[in-house]
Write a protein that binds this ligand. Structure first.
Ligand SMILES: [Fe+2]
Ligand SMILES: [Fe+2]
Length: 278
């Protein structure tokens, strides 16, 4: 794939206002490169103490920082919440903490262990928050709720008790054919089948997990009564689509999903790269 063509034709989505003082920051991968596109979102809540939630991929640093700083001045950012230690959530963690001198990094002990020396933030600027705790950010209380699907043991989602917005991290993820802002713009069957596929890819253990216990993890999110669900790898899931997202997640352990690409796919990619270079 021609990298210049890819960069110049990447669809640009400006931040989306999803609730009062709450914005989704957009990025995505796969456009013009594969059969589907995957969102790589993060979030900003501009309250009395502005908070950034996850930081996207390092390769998108310039646009990520520009989008965040179009909403809040770097010096005004008080908190950076990281949902878990994967590179698509921590890619600009150090850069944001350096640019935002008054921010406290909300992580947990295990993230510091797993990130090791790649985490370049003094313990003096950290706060460790586990699942089920409340973060008071002045004008609102944010509750950490581990989502039912996750691919790092450090994962906590974030529920804003004032707006009802739930940040689900890697849960409720689904591929798109083209970058869109709302799951209402995705074919309903494609959306639910994509979510079930993602769920088995991200959390393969759901196929061997006790059904009642997995169901209880979904119940926990349902009980929040969220006004909307947003996450790193999904467009906005509005209130009228939450039931379907929960239902697809409950069905995920029993779904038959497309196998992941194997060596034969890699060889096909290698042949086309060699043909391009010839
Ligand atoms: Fe992850
Ligand atoms: Fe992720």
């Amino acid at each position: 794939m021609n990298a210049t063509l890819t960069a110049s034709t990447k669809t640009r989505l400006e931040p989306t206002r999803i609730a009062n003082e709450t914005y989704l920051i957009h990025d995505h991968a796969g456009e013009h490169q594969g059969p589907v596109v995957v969102a790589l979102n993060s979030m900003v809540i501009r309250g009395a103490e502005p908070i950034v939630v996850d930081t996207g991929m390092a390769e998108n640093r310039e646009q990520f920082l520009a989008d965040v700083f179009s909403l809040v001045e770097p010096r005004d950012i008080r908190w950076l919440f990281i949902s878990h230690d994967d590179v698509d959530h921590t890619g600009n963690l150090n850069a944001l903490m350096e640019a935002a001198p008054n921010a406290t990094l909300v992580i947990n002990w295990f993230m510091t262990e797993r990130m090791g020396a790649s985490l370049d933030v003094s313990p003096l600027r950290q706060r460790w928050v586990g699942d089920g705790e409340v973060i008071d950010v002045g004008d609102r209380k944010l509750l950490t709720v581990r989502p039912p699907i996750f691919d790092s043991p450090t994962t906590r989602g974030l529920f804003d008790t004032t707006t009802g917005v739930y940040w689900s991290s890697d849960s409720f993820a689904a591929p798109m054919l083209t970058p869109v802002r709302n799951v209402a713009d995705i074919n309903a069957d494609f959306w639910s089948e994509g979510m079930m596929t993602f769920n088995q890819y991200i959390s393969p253990w759901i196929t061997v997990t006790d059904e009642a216990k997995f169901g209880a993890a979904v119940d926990r999110v349902e009980a929040l009564g969220a006004s909307s669900i947003v996450g790193c790898h999904t467009p906005l899931i509005g209130r009228d689509h939450i039931d379907r997202a929960l239902a697809a997640t409950r069905r995920s352990p029993f779904a038959t999903v497309m196998p992941q690409p194997e060596q034969a796919m890699l060889e096909q990619i290698q042949r086309s790269l060699l043909a391009e270079a010839a």
